[in-house]
Design a protein around this ligand. Sequence first.
Ligand code: ZN
Ligand code: ZN
Length: 332
Amino acid sequence: MVSKRMMNQTKLRKRWSSRIYSAVAIILFVATSFGPALAQEKPASQTQVVLLGTGTPLPDPERAGPCTAIVVNGTPYLVDLGTGVVRRAAAARNKSVKALEPINLKIGFITHLHSDHTLGVADVLLTPWVMGRKEPFELYGPPGTRAMAERILTAYEVDIKNRTNGPEHSNRNGYKVNAHDIKPGLVYKDQNVAVKAFAVPHGDLQAYGYRFETPDRTIVISGDTKPSEAIVENCHGCDVLVHEVYTQASFNLVSAEWKQYRLAYHTSSKELGEIATKAKPGLLILTHRANPGCDQARTEECREAGSEEQLLKEMHQFYKGKVVAGHDLDIY
Ligand SMILES: [Zn+2]
Ligand SMILES: [Zn+2]
């Protein structure tokens, strides 16, 4: 009897332990099979940096005027509003960034009032409105931003009157702008971002760089600037630094006047290498690849000296961190 009961107990134990082993095996199988897939579905970072325009005043058909979009939880924040901004936003929407649907463009920060950074202001006020945006645009920039925005709307009053009073019956708010002349400091905050403006040296223009803090990333955008410690201080190990640059090789080809201009307004590859080495960004994105003096001369020698290939060659010489040359519609 006793031995039979013991045998039964041993059988039972064996049966249960084999069931437990099977269950553990299934759990392990499920975890290893679906775990990585689930991990892949969740993006590594929620905040996206979308390069809408990496250009300069040079009318390069491959590069729209300066504009970088920072997209957080479906909300886009634009930095600079260069030529082609709304069309590039539509292209980014088509590519995958649904948040850049033109009627979603509602907030923009201007680094300075040079025309290459502001030619898209009329576009961003009016085009999304014609497409149905109902809210006014919130525009932030250095002193003079507000006056510029008001004058742009005055310049377009025939269009605005016609579209609101005519058979289009466009709404009466979507073209409006709340323009804010800002000083350096915390200039904007909501549930997605805290935006800090800081002064950068760009000739005698009042110019700002911007630091964006989002729930998962810190992004610094230089705007146009000569080499500045303000970039080092504000990046200070930031995740992404988007910085303007010109090549040393093209500098050597231009006149003394253009050299003077570059030294007072912009940053060379060598200078940026020094800045980035101190700022230590996780990723350095090169944008606004201007080669003033050479851009106007348009000689073959200048084209080569200012090329992306040359720029990357110089950057790798002067900077050991991770660096990429930005192109329109790149997403980081
Ligand atoms: Zn510029
Ligand atoms: Zn400028």
